[in-house]
Ligand binder design. Structure first.
Ligand SMILES: *Cc1c(COP(=O)(O)O)cnc(C)c1O
Length: 362
């Protein structure tokens, strides 16, 4: 067996080894049909089963209540930045965006191309080092929806608790933290997530939305960009990303085998505790970039005293088999992404490496 890297990539990111091995076993011959899942019709009974099972597993693991649709779309979470206002923001209405960092800002700017938007809250004043609280939220009249980014993948911040928007629909981008912990889906009118961080490979975006939202799309909207098109056809209007959906299916089965979201959260907490403790107990050698109240379970961001020391950290980490610890090019510093599929052992190894690096350079 080849040595697996300590993979802390931000996205695409680590997948469970078990899932990769299972996919490998079925790669050439899916369920004894003499072909791979990629070589058969998306209307075959085999693929229909994969599609239905993946939907059912999403519902089961997230505890999605009745009255919601689960869609598998293409174009990434970034296409949702446009589809949301195109479908849900009517003339005479506006949409409120909770500005928490790079991803929220992208969603906000895209929506601005389509309709009236405003900042319902902003973390700009504190440099996006924590998520805004309930009392910082302003909801204007005629608001079609409030949009939030559950986990800011680049900054390393995460909502511990989502704001209550009352009767105004809440939409959440959960691209980098879906399934990392239990979530009360009923708080949201819609949740969406690109798969490539916590659900599988890139190529499919999961959209979970209340059925009543399907009724409002403007008549002129192109077919592929309408939620109702995909809801009516069980996400089989056109050829879906079959392999990505299949891989998501295997990842969801893996989550289920491992105890579901409660267990995922416990495991994620034990993993991130190791690394946050290494930061907090370093006497200032490592500096966390996010306020402890908003620290992410998925992306741990931290800094060292100088650029030179950070460069040395990355170089030495690579020699020890660590991958992906460089911060995002927009913010620099260091980042360890500890998604569901990143093993506890990788996090333990990183915490040990951090202590060793401090001893040698502190
Ligand atoms: C990665 C990411 C996106 C972008 O996803 P794409 O599928 O590449 O479009 C959007 N939002 C968040 C929070 C992300 O982490």
């Amino acid at each position: 067996m080849t040595q697996r890297a300590y993979n802390f990539n931000a996205g695409p990111a680590a997948l469970p080894l078990e899932v990769l091995q299972q996919a490998q076993e079925q790669f050439v011959d899916f369920q004894g049909i003499g072909m791979s899942i990629m070589e058969i019709s998306h209307r075959s009974k085999q693929y229909e089963q994969v599609n239905n099972d993946t939907q059912a597993l999403m519902k089961e693991l997230l505890g999605i209540p009745a009255g919601y649709e689960v869609l598998f779309l293409q174009g990434g979470a970034s296409t949702q930045f446009a589809m949301i206002p195109m479908n849900l923001l009517q003339a005479g209405q506006s949409a409120g965006y909770i500005l928490t960092g790079s991803w929220a800002d992208k969603a906000y700017k895209e929506a601005k191309l389509i309709g009236n938007v405003y900042a319902a809250a902003s973390g700009e004043a504190n440099g996006f080092t924590r998520m805004p609280g309930q009392q910082e939220l302003t909801v204007q009249e005629q608001t079609a929806y409030i949009h939030l980014t559950s986990n800011e993948t680049i900054a390393g911040s995460q909502f511990l608790q989502y704001p209550d928007t009352g009767s105004t629909p809440l939409i959440g981008d959960l691209s980098s933290d879906i399934m990392c912990r239990p979530v009360d889906v009923s708080q949201f009118a819609m949740i969406y997530a690109g798969a490539q961080k916590n659900l599988g490979p890139s190529g499919v975006t999961v959209v979970i939305l209340r059925e009543e939202l399907l009724q409002n799309s403007p008549k002129h909207l192109p077919t592929m960009l309408r939620y109702d098109t995909h809801a009516k056809t069980k996400s089989l209007y056109n050829t879906p990303p079959v392999y990505s959906v299949y891989m998501v299916n295997l990842v969801l089965q893996w989550i289920k085998r491992n105890g579901g979201l409660t267990q995922m959260e416990q495991l994620n907490r034990s993993k991130t505790d190791l690394i946050y403790n290494a930061i907090d107990q370093s006497g200032g050698f490592y500096k966390g970039l996010v306020d402890p109240s908003s620290r992410s379970l998925m992306n741990i961001t931290f800094a060292l005293e100088s650029d030179e020391l950070e460069a040395k950290f990355i170089k030495e980490s690579e020699k020890h088999g660590f991958v992906g610890l460089k911060g995002h090019r927009d913010v620099g510093h260091l980042r360890a992404s500890t998604y569901n599929a990143v093993p506890y052992e990788s996090c333990k190894a990183l915490a040990d490496f951090m202590k060793q690096f401090q001893q040698q350079n502190g």
